[in-house]
Write a protein that binds this ligand. Structure first.
Ligand code: PDD
Length: 286
């Protein structure tokens, strides 16, 4: 079944939506994006994703006139037109069609290109991987140093996922100056003696929307959180590990670079946090 996508104010069949070859997103990766999940036809973490989108655009001096209510109406229309029950909404805003290839930004007033599409993922909340846990490799973090801006420059994360796949594993964790920054498309955590340890926010990592909510829920559940960097050796000696993202919620990690974490099985803290996160975010979905 052909999806209905959103392009610059229009809802179109996916094969009729066309973007210029001169679009800044295409020739310069000059674009930001968000991925928002949908469960039971409702949008999770909408306010968080919209706040981060606005921040990413502001950091890059990108301008877009759509209000929060406009965005919500578009998201809801995408859910309705695609009959989306469980899955993802991908949103991208580029600096628009510059009319030619040029390193300079296009003139003020050039409209941004706005694209949304849906990805149906039946069973997203019930992913069997969450019961088994996933295995990761570590890889040097060779990305640019403004990882707090959610740009579409995803070649290196793609290379990292391919390296993991070649090694027969599920994902990669980035390491810089001896410390883990984040996963290829997620924020990472270890659990040691009941404490949840995760790197503090800075320009080194994406400020995950799932991360922010999860830490809030963990705190309400009287769990102890330590925001600081950790090493691969520390992860290998931890009791548990997991990652968070909009597309996977809370995902247990049971092996890093060939070493089992804790028992090598999914642990109680990750299991509980996944339950709490799914319960709470379903409750606040709109
Ligand atoms: N990735 N870190 C990176 C590098 C990411 O790409 C992501 C999200 C996260 C988690 O952020 P959030 O909790 O807001 O989803 C952290 C999305 C899901 C993606 O690119 O598909």
């Amino acid at each position: 079944m052909s999806r209905t996508v959103y392009l610059n104010g229009e809802y179109l069949p996916e094969d009729e939506a066309k973007v210029s070859v001169f679009d800044r997103g295409f020739v310069m990766a000059d674009a930001v994006y968000e991925v928002t999940s949908v469960l039971g036809g409702k949008i999770l973490e909408f306010e968080g994703h919209m706040a981060r989108l606005a921040r990413s655009m502001a950091e890059l001096e990108m301008v877009c006139d759509l209000t929060r209510d406009d965005w919500l109406a578009i998201h809801r229309e995408m859910v309705a037109r695609n009959d989306l029950d469980e899955g993802l909404i991908y949103l991208q805003v580029t600096r628009g069609n510059a009319g030619d290839r040029d390193f300079h930004y296009p003139p003020e007033g050039t409209p941004p290109t706005i694209v949304l599409f849906t990805q149906a993922k039946p069973g997203l909340a019930d992913d069997p991987k969450a019961k088994k846990g996933i295995k990761v490799i570590s890889i040097p973090d060779l990305r640019w140093s403004r990882r707090d801006i959610k740009t579409v420059q995803l070649l290196y994360p793609s290379m990292a996922k391919m390296a993991a796949e070649k090694a027969g594993k599920d994902d990669a964790w980035f390491v810089e100056d001896g410390f883990v920054t984040e996963g290829s498309s997620n924020n990472v955590y270890i659990v040691k003696d009941g404490r949840i340890i995760t790197r503090q926010l800075s320009t080194d990592i994406l400020h995950g929307i799932t991360r922010a909510s999860l830490l809030k829920y963990a705190e309400s559940a009287q769990m102890v959180i330590e925001e600081r960097p950790f090493t691969i050796a520390e992860a290998q000696a931890a009791d548990e590990a997991f990652y968070t993202s909009a597309s996977a919620f809370v995902m247990p990690v049971v092996e890093v670079d060939g070493a089992a974490i804790g028992t090598g099985k999914v642990g109680p803290v990750a299991t509980r946090l996944r339950e709490i996160y799914l319960d709470e975010s379903r409750k606040s979905a709109i």
